[in-house]
Design a protein around this ligand. Structure first.
Ligand code: CA
Length: 469
C-alpha cells in the first residue's frame, strides 16, 4: 500500500532533518576540528611523517565531500514517493513527479511554508550612472506567485561595453550579471557566483513550463553568473518585439488611417488623428511619433516559431514607452497594451496631463508574462486616448515590448532610456531570507537547481501547511 499523506510528510521531514544536520555538522564542529588538525600537522619543522598526515587529512576531506553528496542523493530519491502520492503518470520523471505533487498540494488547498524570502522589487541604480533607462525586475511566476527560491546575496548588473567607448549597438549595450561567490564547500549555501571565474550557476524558474512543454527551461535568456548580455532597447536588434519602436522608419498609409511603418491602424476605435513625425524634439535618433488627436494602431503577435513577430509563450516581458507633451494639452493617456480578442494581458498607461511640459518622460515599465495559450488575434496596441486641449500635441518614442532575462528565480533587464547606458553604469539588488520554511529550502537545494524542475507551491499564510516538523 502506498504511503499515506502523513507518511509522505514524515519522509520529507526526516530527509530535511538529515540534510540540515549533515550541513550543520560539516560546516561547524567537523570543519573546525579538521582545520585545527591540519594546523597542528603543519606546526614545527617539516618532518617525514608530516606528509603522510597531510594526505590522510586530505582523504578525510574527500570523504566529507562525498558524504554530503550522498546525503543529497538520498534526499533526491524521495521524488517517486511524491509522484506516487500525486498520481504522477511517470514515476521515473523527477520533473513530472514534483510538478504533480506541487499541483496536488495546491489543489488540496495546502502549501509548503514559504522560505520567507525578501527579494528586491527594484534595482538600486548606481549613483554615478550616465544612462537614465530603467532597471526592471519581476519576482513572480505566470500565476503571480512569488518564485520561492533564490540565493541569499546581493546581485550586481554592470555595463561593460557601450556604443561610445565600445562597439555595442545603442540600446543594446553589453551588461554582465554577478552575485556573491559560492562557499568553499557544497554545504556552504551562499551566492550563485561572483562571475569572476567558475562558479556561475544556473537556477531556472518555471516560466515557460507548461504541461508537456519544458522547452523554455532551456531558454537562452537564462543567464549564469558572469554571463554577458545585451540591454533591451527600442530597436529590434536590441530585442524589441515591436517593429519601428524607435520610430526611425517613419510612417505608412495616409491621412487619419496612417500608422507607424510596420503597424496597422485599428479598424475599431482607430481614432481620427493623423500621425506625423517630429524631427526636432525627438527622444533619440532623428524622429519620434507626433499626434494631435486620438489614434490606435497595432502589431499582430504570432506565437513563437510560426513566423512574423513572434512572442515567446509563457515568458516574462516588459512594456514601456516614452512621451512628451506641449503646454496646450489638458488631458489624455498614452497606452501600450498586450491584448487578444478576449483578454487584456498587460497595459502601461502614461497620464499625459501629469507630465512636465516639453519634457520627455519614460512611463513606469510594466512587467508581465506572455500568455501560454492566448485567445485569437494576440497583438500589441498603441493608443492615445482622450487627448484634449486646443493645440495639444503628444510625442511618443521608444515603444518597447521586450523579453526579460532569467536569473536565479527572477526576471530582469536594463531598458534603454533617453541617455544611453555607458561603461560602468551599474545597479544592485539584495535578497534576504527569514528561513521560515525548511522543507521548501530542502526542495530548492536538492531539486531546484536542475533545469526545468518546478519549485513546490509555497505560501506564507496557507491554512494547512506541510509543516517543517
Ligand atoms: Ca526615435
Amino acid at each position: 500500500m502506498a504511503k499515506s499523506k502523513s507518511q509522505v510528510l514524515t519522509l520529507m521531514q526526516e530527509m530535511k532533518d538529515l540534510l540540515d544536520a549533515s550541513r550543520t555538522w560539516l560546516s561547524g564542529t567537523f570543519l573546525t576540528a579538521l582545520q585545527a588538525a591540519s594546523t597542528a600537522v603543519a606546526a614545527g619543522d617539516d618532518e617525514p611523517e608530516d606528509e603522510a598526515q597531510r594526505e590522510a587529512l586530505a582523504a578525510v576531506l574527500v570523504s566529507a565531500l562525498s558524504f554530503y553528496a550522498d546525503v543529497k542523493a538520498a534526499c533526491y530519491e524521495i521524488h517517486p514517493t511524491l509522484g506516487r502520492y500525486a498520481d504522477s503518470e511517470l514515476l521515473s520523471s523527477v520533473a513530472l513527479n514534483l510538478r504533480r505533487f506541487s499541483e496536488k498540494v495546491a489543489g488540496d488547498g495546502e502549501a509548503l511554508k514559504s522560505r520567507g524570502l525578501t527579494k528586491f522589487s527594484s534595482w538600486s541604480a548606481g549613483g554615478s550612472n550616465v544612462g537614465d533607462g530603467h532597471f526592471v525586475v519581476l519576482n513572480t511566476n505566470r500565476d503571480g506567485d512569488l518564485l520561492d527560491f533564490s540565493h541569499i546575496e546581493t546581485l550586481t548588473i554592470q555595463c561593460v561595453e557601450d556604443a561610445v567607448t565600445g562597439s555595442a549597438p545603442t540600446g543594446g549595450e553589453t551588461f554582465v550579471i554577478y552575485g556573491e561567490a559560492p562557499g568553499d564547500f557544497e554545504w556552504d549555501v551562499v551566492g550563485a557566483g561572483s562571475g569572476r571565474g567558475a562558479g556561475g550557476e544556473q537556477y531556472n524558474p518555471d516560466w515557460g513550463v507548461t504541461d508537456g512543454d519544458f522547452s523554455a527551461a532551456l531558454n537562452p535568456r537564462t543567464l549564469q553568473a558572469g554571463q554577458r548580455f545585451p540591454a533591451r532597447g527600442a530597436s529590434q536588434n536590441a530585442g524589441n518585439l515591436l517593429p519601428n519602436g524607435n520610430c526611425e522608419q517613419g510612417l505608412a498609409g495616409s491621412g487619419s488611417s496612417n500608422a507607424l511603418q510596420g503597424w496597422t491602424r485599428s479598424a475599431s476605435g482607430g481614432g481620427t488623428g493623423t500621425l506625423t513625425l517630429e524631427e526636432t524634439n525627438q527622444l533619440k535618433g532623428t524622429q519620434s511619433l507626433k499626434a494631435n488627436a486620438d489614434f490606435k494602431i497595432y502589431v499582430p503577435l504570432t506565437r513563437e516559431n510560426t513566423g512574423g513577430t513572434g512572442a515567446d509563450e509563457a515568458t516574462p516581458y516588459a512594456l514601456q514607452l516614452w512621451a512628451r507633451c506641449n503646454s496646450s494639452l489638458t488631458d489624455g493617456d498614452a497606452i501600450l497594451r498586450v491584448i487578444d480578442d478576449s483578454t487584456t494581458h498587460a497595459t502601461i498607461t502614461v497620464d499625459l496631463a501629469a507630465l512636465t511640459d516639453d519634457t520627455w518622460t519614460g512611463g513606469t515599465p510594466v512587467m508581465f508574462v506572455m500568455p501560454g495559450a492566448p485567445g485569437a488575434n494576440l497583438r500589441v496596441e498603441l493608443e492615445v486616448d482622450n487627448l484634449a486641449g486646443s493645440g495639444a500635441e503628444v510625442l511618443i518614442d521608444n515603444i518597447m515590448c521586450v523579453p526579460l532575462y532569467h536569473y536565479d528565480g527572477r526576471a530582469f533587464a536594463p531598458l534603454e532610456g533617453q541617455t544611453s547606458w555607458r561603461y560602468g553604469d551599474t545597479a544592485t539588488g539584495e535578497t534576504t531570507v527569514s528561513e521560515a520554511g525548511a522543507l521548501q529550502r530542502m526542495i530548492n537545494e536538492v531539486f531546484g537547481r536542475d533545469g526545468g524542475i518546478p519549485y513546490l507551491h509555497a505560501d506564507a499564510s496557507a491554512a494547512t501547511y506541510w509543516s517543517d516538523s
